[in-house]
Design a protein around this ligand. Sequence first.
Ligand code: NAI
Length: 258
Amino acid sequence: MRLPYFDLSDKVAIISGGATGIGKGIASCLAEAGANVVIAARRLEKCQETCKEIEKETGVRTLACHCDVTKAKEIEDLVQEVIKIFGQVDILVNNSGIGGSEKPILKMNEGDWDDVLDTNLKSVFLLSRAVAKRMIERNKGGKIINVASIGGVLGWSNMSAYCSSKGGCIQLTRVMALEWVRYNIQVNAILPGYIETPMNKELFFATEAGKRVIENNIPMKRLGQIEELKGVAILLASQASSFMTGSAVVVDGGQTVW
Ligand code: NAI
């Protein structure tokens, strides 16, 4: 490889929610850089499909695992399975997330709040803790990448749980970075702005409100593409970011500048 500091050959990466959208894009690029990838999400078939695609395109080893990231037991089973098959975890990408139903706070119930916080924040604590324990035992360091959002630094009406969970994710990134610096585990967050995915395409392009958001809120006047997160993901997963920890890297077409 001509850029050895980006080389991920022989590394093992777990990507939660890696069967679709941004997670799939990150899983693919880590594989392109040489990493073996584990895709963990609730729909095993979807994980298997993505694994097959990545194997075919890159030739790395892959593993599809069922895992609901809100459940500590399923996370423990996932990490044990990965250790059994690969013997190590070098990179963890906490990508699973949900937006939750858009409601004003006064109309939200406890369940609405818990679903989002459990999926977007508690899962980062549970999965990072389980993986960091194995990284510390192995004594070879590691990389943890948390997919937060610019919603963690901006306030959006009707998205209280989402914004709180992503703000919490950025803070958790900083604390994990401090606590695990002595083990050579670097923990960083990516804060994407609006990225085009099959899930939000309709909203942004088929509604006037969606088009207005692009026109008025994003200096680049377009949505980001999944491919545009790949460079940052490889940077944070590789030796190239060896002096970065606790960072929150914004990729948003300038949205948070305004
Ligand atoms: P997506 O819906 O395609 O991906 C979310 C993934 O999380 C799915 O694969 C889903 O199966 C998984 N997931 C949800 N709940 C889970 C659970 N309990 N256990 C295991 N997996 C679970 O959506 P997208 O857009 O790719 O989102 C990925 C991440 O990027 C999320 O954390 C999201 O908040 C974040 N993000 C997305 C932005 C966008 O514009 N698309 C902008 C900023 C952040």
